[in-house]
Ligand binder design. Structure first.
Ligand code: CU
Length: 67
């Protein structure tokens, strides 16, 4: 189990947090997702390696961007 941290730009409210959490949670290997709205911090807990490109794609799917 390991964690990875990213910064998401473009989130403005709890709805944005939910959208990002939902998309990123669907990635294989992700067991927990924590999003901090004020900082844009996205912390993933994973039990298998998750490619950064996959995380970026999921965040973009939700309508936001990884810094
Ligand atoms: Cu929002």
């Amino acid at each position: 189990m390991s964690t990875a941290t990213y910064t998401v730009v473009g989130m403005t409210c709890g709805h944005c947090v939910n959208a990002v959490t939902e998309e990123v949670s669907q990635l294989p290997g992700v067991t927990a997702v924590d999003v901090d709205l004020p900082s844009g911090g996205l912390t993933l807990t994973t039990d298998a390696p998750v490619e950064e490109t996959a995380v970026r794609a999921a965040v973009e799917e939700a309508g936001y961007e990884v810094a």
